[in-house]
Design a protein around this ligand. Structure first.
Ligand SMILES: [Cu+2]
Length: 95
């Protein structure tokens, strides 16, 4: 098998892994709808994943704060999500 074919095979395998990412509802502990249309999943093992508004897996830098549609704020932090409402001063209240 040529190197090119191997690379293609590896790519399609990882695509497959990605496509099952959101489907495994049994492993999802919590799900947040983000205001921009993306979705953050917290899995039962504590890991997190993010899906953009088109349903594609998305990555995000650590420390980025996202606001959910219902106004909660969560932060990307390694494999954990920190709910930053409690950590930040109440400067967002009252709008
Ligand atoms: Cu995110």
């Amino acid at each position: 098998m040529s190197m090119f074919k191997k690379v293609l095979l590896a790519a399609s395998t990882s695509m497959l892994a990605f496509s099952t990412f959101a489907a495994d509802a049994t492993q999802v502990e919590q799900k947040f709808e983000i205001k921009d249309g993306s979705t953050v999943y917290i899995f039962k093992d504590g890991k997190m994943g993010m899906e953009d508004k088109l349903g594609r897996p998305a990555s995000m830098k650590e420390g980025v704060i996202m606001e959910t549609k219902d106004g909660q704020k969560i932060m990307m932090k390694g494999n954990e999500v920190w709910r930053v409402d409690r950590l930040l001063p109440n400067r967002y209240q009252g709008q």
